[in-house]
Structure formats: structure tokens, C-alpha cells
Design a protein around this ligand. Structure first.
Ligand SMILES: [Mn+2]
Length: 360
């Protein structure tokens, strides 16, 4: 069954006969459109991409081959809701689903008014296209694998530059340059490249701080390839590692290995967290409980792993495993891989070594 057939089945299950899709990764996934600022409306028999004049040619080239019609909403009094209501009339949609988490209030209000005039009902929908994106097909896996390879290569190229006196900003620029030179279509997300005490900030930002002797350096970064993102974190020590740095590092490494062991087809999203807590018990107050997430077209997507997780890992999921310990005023360690769940076991897509590296 292709994606369009599955979507029609989902429309039936939800008692709607069309859906307006606005979340960008969802739009790109179902249409094949590779850029931003496009929307989709799927009916029982027709499907439309709606964008503006800057992107019409691209949308025609990429979406018409997939059976979409392309509209320019600027030609509907520069109103996206007017273009959507036009499509609803064309497709004879009577109950239109919309993504409640990704539709702004002003668009909702205008669309509701327009549709009411045509006796069309607006129905909030959540997580529908995301359900299709939950597991990855071979083509998606190939893109993720390539993004991970590029990240591995870029980090390897950065290692010789990580030394005292170099700023976080400079290292960050070199890493992102390397990803692009190795074929990344974009960086996957804002690079976290932090050092010293700042490594206690799980999502700290690089600045003009220079690397000092004895610093931890935490690098959390990813490449994007054909719309798919890799996500990897490594933590290094520069110069010489203290006993406590070695202890914390090895504990997180052990926790990460345990987390990987808990990843398999059918495992519940809470399971890695439960097992990891047993290992880091002594430092549990410094542990952050969100230690994994699906990654694909979006950096953070279902399933989310942690004590609040509700989903089950499935064959075809691509998920990160990234436990860390973050000690305020001292520093932190995180080790993260992007992992593919196979029918029988896992494939770790990010392959950069995880033994503690003390960079001289
Ligand atoms: Mn991550």
C-alpha cells in the first residue's frame, strides 16, 4: 500500500474526507517537495500542494510526478485559507481535518469562517502523518545512514583542531564546514559545542570561550542528507583527564551501552530509562531523564524514550540513545548514537569510537 492509500484509510478511520497538512516535515514526506513554506490538502481522490510564487516551479517539478496539483496561494487574494477552501470545493470535501498542533489561530479562524459558508466542517487531527513516519523505509534508512556517515567523517576531521586556545565558535565553524564538504545538504540542527564547566548545560551554545587544558568538550551535532538528520554526541577531555572525569565518563559510557541493549523491536519507551537509572544511581540527581528520541525529517520525533515514554519501539524506527550526567558548576558528559531498530537487534548508524579520548 502506498502512502496515499494509507492516508485515505486514515481519513476513513477518523471520519473525515480530507486533510490540510501544514507541518513542514509532514508536507515534505507526503509530497516529495524538498523545501519550506508549502502546504498540502489531501482529499479522497485528489491531492494538492499549495505554495507561493517563489516555490511554484520547484513544487511543480517535485510534486506533479507524485500526482499532486500545485496552487499558488498568492493568487487567492494572498490568502492561504482562501486557497484551501477553493481546494475543498474542488475535491468536494465535507469534513476537513487540520493538524491542531501546527495550525496557527489566525489561519484557523479565517479558514473556519470561509468553510462555514460552504457547510464544510473543520476537524482537529493529531499525529496522523507522523504515524506514517514512525518507521522508516529502505530509502529513508539510506538517507539517515548517509547523514550519519558524513557526521562521523566530519568529527574525525575536527579532532586535530581540538586543543587549548581554540574557541568553541571556531571549532563549531570547522565542524559544520567539514559536514558540508563531506556532502551534507545542510547541518541537521544548531551545533552544541561546549567546553569546561559549560558542559553541564545539556543544550549549551558555543561562544568565544577558548578550550583550556583539562576541559571536557561536548559536541552534539548532525548532518542533513535528502531531508534526513543524523544525531550524535561525543565528549572528549583535552590535555589530561582527572579521576572524576574518568569516573563520570565511564559511567555514562556504561549507561549508554545498557541503553543500547534495551533497544529492540517491541521494547517499551520507558525500558532504557529504568535500566540506565540502576547504573548511574550514585549520580541520579544529575541525570536527565529524556535519553532518546526518534530522528528522521525532524530532529525530535516519536518515539520519545524516557520515564514519560508511551510508545513501543518498532522495527524500522530510527532512535537516538543519549544518556548523560550534568553536574552544575563542574561539567557534564553525554554520549549519543543514532540507532536503527532491526527485526532482530539494532544497527548503530553513528560509528565514531566511544572510548574516552584525551586529546593532546
Ligand atoms: Mn539527540
Amino acid at each position: 500500500m502506498n502512502a496515499f492509500e494509507k492516508i485515505k484509510e486514515m481519513l476513513n478511520e477518523r471520519g473525515i474526507d480530507g486533510i490540510y497538512v501544514s507541518q513542514q516535515a509532514n508536507v515534505n514526506y507526503i509530497t516529495g517537495y524538498p523545501d519550506e513554506l508549502a502546504y498540502a490538502v489531501i482529499g479522497q481522490n485528489d491531492k494538492y500542494v499549495i505554495t507561493d510564487g517563489r516555490f511554484v516551479e520547484l513544487a511543480e517539478n517535485t510534486c506533479i510526478p507524485n500526482g499532486f496539483k500545485v496552487l499558488n496561494w498568492h493568487l487567492f487574494d494572498r490568502s492561504l485559507p482562501k486557497a484551501i477552501s477553493h481546494v475543498c470545493r474542488e475535491c468536494k470535501i465535507k469534513r476537513l481535518g487540520f493538524e491542531e498542533k501546527f495550525t496557527t489561530y489566525d489561519k484557523y479562524t479565517e479558514l473556519k469562517q470561509l468553510l462555514e459558508n460552504d457547510n464544510i466542517e473543520l476537524v482537529p487531527v493529531s499525529g496522523m502523518i507522523e504515524e506514517l513516519r514512525y518507521t522508516k523505509n529502505d530509502e529513508e534508512l539510506a538517507n539517515s545512514r548517509k547523514a550519519c556517515e558524513i557526521a562521523d567523517k566530519a568529527l574525525e576531521e575536527l579532532i586535530p583542531y581540538i586543543k587549548p586556545g581554540v574557541s568553541e565558535r571556531e571549532l563549531c565553524a570547522r565542524l559544520e564546514f567539514s559536514m558540508k564538504m563531506n556532502g551534507a545538504h545542510a547541518i541537521g540542527f544548531e551545533t552544541i559545542l561546549i567546553s569546561g564547566e559549560k558542559t553541564s548545560l545539556p543544550h549549551g551554545k558555543p561562544d568565544d570561550k577558548v578550550i583550556e587544558y583539562g576541559d571536557f568538550v561536548t559536541i552534539d551535532f548532525g548532518a542533513m542528507y535528502n531531508g534526513y538528520i543524523s544525531d550524535m554526541t561525543r565528549t572528549f577531555v583535552v590535555g589530561e583527564a582527572s579521576e572524576k572525569q574518568i569516573e563520570i565518563y565511564n559511567l555514562v559510557k556504561e549507561a549508554q551501552a545498557k541503553g543500547l541493549e534495551c533497544m529492540r523491536d517491541g521494547a517499551h519507551a520507558t525500558e532504557p530509562d529504568t535500566e540506565i537509572r540502576k547504573i548511574i544511581k550514585k549520580y541520579e540527581e544529575y541525570y536527565y531523564p529524556g535519553m532518546g528520541h526518534g530522528v528522521g525529517r525532524d530532529l525530535h520525533e516519536e518515539p520519545f524514550l524516557g520515564n514519560y515514554g508511551t510508545k513501543t519501539m518498532k522495527k524500522g524506527c530510527i532512535i537516538t540513545m543519549e544518556p548523560g550526567l550534568y553536574i552544575p558548576g563542574w561539567g557534564g558528559v553525554r554520549i549519543e548514537d543514532t540507532v536503527y531498530i532491526k527485526e532482530d537487534g539494532i544497527e548503530i548508524l553513528t560509528k565514531f569510537p566511544k572510548e574516552l579520548m584525551v586529546l593532546k
